[in-house]
Design a protein around this ligand. Structure first.
Ligand code: SF4
Ligand code: SF4
Length: 330
């Protein structure tokens, strides 16, 4: 019998030595592609499923080599200069297989975010990192949404789990249940993101400007919450490992007392009792420039300590252990 063929998948980064995404020291694998597209995402280069050009105009010498190299005609420049400022047509780039723009760029102004990789190639890197983890470390799949590439996530988790590597995943919940099912036996920890308890089908808000050049942006995230809550309840019930909820705290969107109480009630209903509140930060701002996306939440204030303490005490009143930011026991 021949060996089972393992999936290949797309990732956009591997980071060693993380101390905040599971127990011990960990290697983080960032999966490409997410179906939720939250407006505050600190990894916008992880949203599209295909590799994409990342363009840093401050490094660009405007020599136009990439314009000539792109046989798809995806690069244009604004009027007024030799090449002016370059614009990449993201829809065309999503279908590209050559990425010749990055190959010819000598200044490093354009590079490709994301690449395809096999399980064995990825495992070789993980195995190399393993010696640096010390006791209790492992891998954490994040992204993007790992379970938007279910076969790849499954094969990687199983490969590592079978090699006695501790496995953790961070998921936004916005995938079909079948995408999780096969992988659950190979996961030790799950971080499950809850964005809001707002019961509307779409997470709409009125405050955001329309972006005529960007995707049809419906609000703070792209999706309804019914599937997310259903997956959260089912994982809490059927997954025997450690499950921690995560709440990205976005002022004006989900930080009001009503939403915090609803979130706490929901967590209690699942039988789990841990939440990690992640206050909004702006560390991903530069990446929005690189990807050409609009950073809608760029002016949003970062939550203050008093507000965070208040939220922590609200969760505590429900018997839930609340960890703020990186102040976690893991
Ligand atoms: S990624 Fe491909 S289609 Fe897009 S600009 Fe580069 S060469 Fe052209
Ligand atoms: S090849 Fe590089 S330096 Fe030249 S115009 Fe394109 S992005 Fe700018």
């Amino acid at each position: 019998m021949g060996q089972t063929k393992l999936a290949r998948g797309h990732i956009f980064d591997i980071q060693g030595f993380s101390l905040h995404d599971g127990p011990g020291c960990r290697s983080l694998i960032f999966f490409k592609g997410c179906t939720l597209e939250c407006a505050w995402c600190s990894n916008p280069e992880g949203i599209s499923f295909a590799p994409e050009p990342l363009y840093l105009d401050s490094k660009c010498t405007l020599d136009g080599l990439c314009v000539d190299a792109c046989s798809h005609g995806a690069i244009t420049c604004s009027p007024g200069g030799a090449y002016g400022r370059l614009t990449f047509d993201r829809e065309i780039c999503a279908r590209c297989s050559t990425y010749s723009c990055a190959k010819v760029c000598c200044s490093g102004a354009v590079r490709i975010g994301g690449y395809e990789i096999s399980i064995e190639e990825l495992y070789a890197t993980i195995n190399r990192d393993r010696q640096f983890w010390g006791a209790g470390g492992g891998i954490t799949l994040t992204g993007g949404e790992p379970f938007a590439q279910p076969e790849f996530a499954h094969d990687l988790l199983k490969r590592c789990f079978d090699a006695y590597i501790h496995t953790a995943v961070e998921t936004c919940g916005n995938v079909r249940w079948e995408n999780y099912e096969k992988s659950l036996p190979y996961i030790d920890w799950i971080f499950f993101d809850l964005k809001t308890m707002n019961g509307s089908e779409k997470l709409q808000t009125d405050g955001l400007p329309a972006d005529p050049t960007g995707p049809p942006f419906p609000g703070f995230t792209r999706s309804s919450i019914s599937q997310i809550l259903s997956n959260a309840s089912r994982i809490a019930n059927e997954f025997p490992g450690h499950m921690v909820f995560r709440l990205p705290l976005i002022p004006g969107f989900n930080d009001d007392a009503g939403n915090i109480h609803e979130t706490a009630r929901f967590i209690r209903s699942t039988g789990r009792n841990e939440v990690n509140v992640l206050p909004l930060h702006h560390l991903g701002r530069e990446k929005y420039r690189l990807t050409g996306k609009t950073y809608y939440t760029g002016d949003f204030k970062i939550p203050g300590k008093d507000h965070l303490d208040e939220i922590a005490s609200q969760f505590t009143s429900y018997g839930i252990h609340c960890y703020i930011g990186s102040e976690t026991p893991f």
